[in-house]
Design a protein around this ligand. Structure first.
Ligand code: KG4
Ligand code: ZN
Length: 349
């Protein structure tokens, strides 16, 4: 119990091994990370199967699932890290406290506080989106700064200038749907099930990106994004051209999404001098987007950070990494800190 002896006042502690907890949506996750950003364990349990038939995550079901999986997932993470689950050598606890589904967040936040009190260590609430920003660091701890991060998930889509660990600025974001949300809505329209991203991505690889004419949205000089018009355009175009194959529809939609993101990424790179570009969030698993970002990095001669699939999607290692930073720079949260379902990343800059 490394932290218990040292934790006399809020800033009098050293955190070398931290437990991260993530329950903002349908994943119950726990991870142990050390202060060199080595991931000692990372366990993710998803309740996705409960939600498939509903075409999206059902908040009530997600919250209840966290209640049953939370403790076993933490225990597995501790054991896999080689720690005694009853008295682990953990110096701090980091937990996602927003944004996300309130019923889901509350399970993680309550659990994190309980572990912190039981072990006598500090606890800190972490912004889920800031967690995603730390994901590339876990795979490349010595990456060059600043980094332009394209954060694209089911709930958010934004460009972030990450100047140094924890110092960041939102440059632009979607004015309506998130990129993953557009994938999920288009997949639902096409009868492809939930989540839509992986299946559309697979189909698109066998299709013609020019098979269906779709508009290129958001051609203005800013770095904001918009995907809701594109989704409507897919609905209209497929009604008008039912003969176009599913593969071609998928490829055309994917091409339009990626073109918009890459065009705006180019604009951000024109305006800001960065040493690297990173992809983060669930849509960072997209094959076309990964290829496009990689080509862009090569063209601009900057580093390219494409996290592994496990690091793109929600996990607790990224929360632990962001929590390490926050504990060291801001000190621990008070034990009465709240979960905030609408906590914006911009409020941290
Ligand atoms: O980050 P994430 O796991 O959850 C949050 O939204 O926080 O992202 C899930 C989203 C879903 O909308 C899913 O359809 C999308 O990521 N996604 C993809 C791919 N894999 C997952 N979208 C496009 N291509 C993929 N290969
Ligand atoms: Zn996420």
């Amino acid at each position: 119990m490394g932290g218990s002896q040292r934790h006399r006042d809020p800033y009098d502690f050293i955190v070398t091994v931290i437990l991260g907890i993530e329950t903002s949506c349908d994943e119950t996750a726990a991870a142990v990370v050390d202060d060199t950003l080595r991931v000692r364990s990372s366990v993710v349990e998803s309740s996705l199967d409960l939600h498939r038939d509903f075409g999206g995550v059902v908040p009530e079901l997600a919250g209840r699932a966290h209640l049953t999986t939370m403790t076993p997932v933490v225990e597995r993470a501790l054991v896999q890290a080689g720690l005694d689950p009853l008295a682990p050598a953990i110096d701090g606890v980091a937990v996602t406290s927003g944004p996300g589904l309130i019923g889901s967040l509350l399970v993680g936040v309550s659990a994190a506080k309980a572990y912190a009190v039981a072990w006598g260590v500090p606890v800190v609430g972490v912004n889920h989106l800031e967690g995603h920003l730390f994901a590339p660091l876990l795979e490349t701890p010595d990456l060059a700064w600043p980094v332009l991060t394209i954060l694209v998930s089911g709930g958010h889509s934004m460009f972030v200038l990450h100047e140094s660990p924890g110092v960041h600025r939102v440059l632009g974001e979607t004015i309506d749907d998130a990129a993953g949300e557009a994938y999920d809505k288009v997949a639902r329209w096409l009868g492809l099930g939930y989540p839509g991203g992986p299946v559309i991505d697979r189909l698109a690889q066998r299709g013609d990106g020019n098979g269906l004419r779709l508009p290129v949205s958001m051609t203005g000089p800013d770095v904001d994004l918009s995907f809701s018009g594109l989704k409507t355009a897919v609905v209209r175009a497929t009604e008008k051209h039912p003969e176009v194959s599913m593969e071609d529809v998928a490829a055309s939609f994917q091409r339009a999404v990626c073109e918009q993101i890459l065009r705006k990424a180019r604009r951000a790179l024109d305006d800001y001098d960065v040493a690297g570009i990173a992809l983060a969030g669930g849509v960072a698993a997209n094959s076309a987007l990964r290829a496009g970002v990689s080509a862009l990095a090569e063209e601009r001669d900057i580093e390219c950070h494409l996290p592994t699939l496990a690091m793109c999607t929600d996990n607790a290692a990224m929360i632990a990494a962001a929590g390490l930073y926050r504990l060291q720079h801001d000190g621990p949260g008070r034990l009465d800190f709240a979960a905030d379902p609408n906590w914006s990343l911009a409020s941290l800059s």
